[in-house]
Design a binder for this molecule. Structure first.
Ligand SMILES: N[C@@H](CCC(=O)N[C@@H](CS)C(=O)NCC(=O)O)C(=O)O
Length: 201
């Protein structure tokens, strides 16, 4: 499998998941501005959507959308318990979290990166984000991970998007449980190795 990624973006989430699962994979860096891969290929020919993450399987199929990629990966090795079994109520809860992260957190942060969006509009997204973080704080004040006691693909994704708060002067220390959560997840060997690999790529 090949994971097309760009450092410090949402592709860190499937990257962490691949390492948690111990699956063999190749990292291919994408320049999000030129849409070229590090080995000089046209990324748009691989993923016409033009964004990371994209996962290329051995049969050539390319899977996009981080929430689909992480579930596909987790199901390759169910014994790692990164996602509850398909069809279970717990799996629906996982999907509820993945959708919340992508639609409410990731989507509220994307406009903050956009230089063309006026500051007043950015404030609207920032305020919404702060409200959503309050909701996550309530959950994490009661349990270590989004699904309870077990680390899941939703945690890899939440950790990834919450790292971006540093770019927008949002201090996660104001939410005690979130701050503790970030520290715990950041200490995982797989997370450290994923970050190190992206930094040198
Ligand atoms: N809906 C996609 C969004 C992916 C996305 O926003 N990727 C960003 C990095 S976090 C990107 O590559 N942006 C470059 C671009 O859109 O040109 C997903 O959830 O996977």
């Amino acid at each position: 499998m090949k994971l097309y990624f760009a450092p410090e973006t949402c592709s860190l989430s499937p990257h962490i998941v691949l390492r948690e699962l111990g699956l063999p994979f190749e990292l291919v860096k994408v320049d999000n501005k030129t849409k070229l891969t590090a080995d000089g290929r046209d990324f748009l020919a691989i993923n016409p959507k033009g964004y990371v993450a994209a996962l290329q399987l051995a049969n050539g199929e390319v899977l996009t959308e981080g929430t689909a990629i992480v579930q596909y990966l987790a199901d390759l090795k169910p014994e790692a318990k990164l996602a509850p079994p398909n069809g279970s109520w717990e799996r629906v809860r996982l999907q509820e979290w993945l959708n919340f992260i992508t639609g409410e957190i990731h989507a509220s942060m994307s406009p903050l990166f956009n230089a063309a969006i006026p500051d007043g509009v950015k404030t609207i997204f920032k305020d919404k984000l702060v409200r959503r973080l309050g909701q996550i704080e309530s959950t994490l004040a009661q349990q270590d991970y989004l699904l309870g006691a077990q680390f899941s693909v939703a945690d890899a994704y939440l950790f990834t998007v919450l790292r971006w708060t540093a770019f927008f002067s949002i201090d996660l220390e104001q939410w005690q449980a979130i701050a503790r959560y970030m520290e715990n997840i950041g200490a995982r060997a797989t997370v450290k190795s994923a970050l190190a690999a992206e930094a040198v790529a």
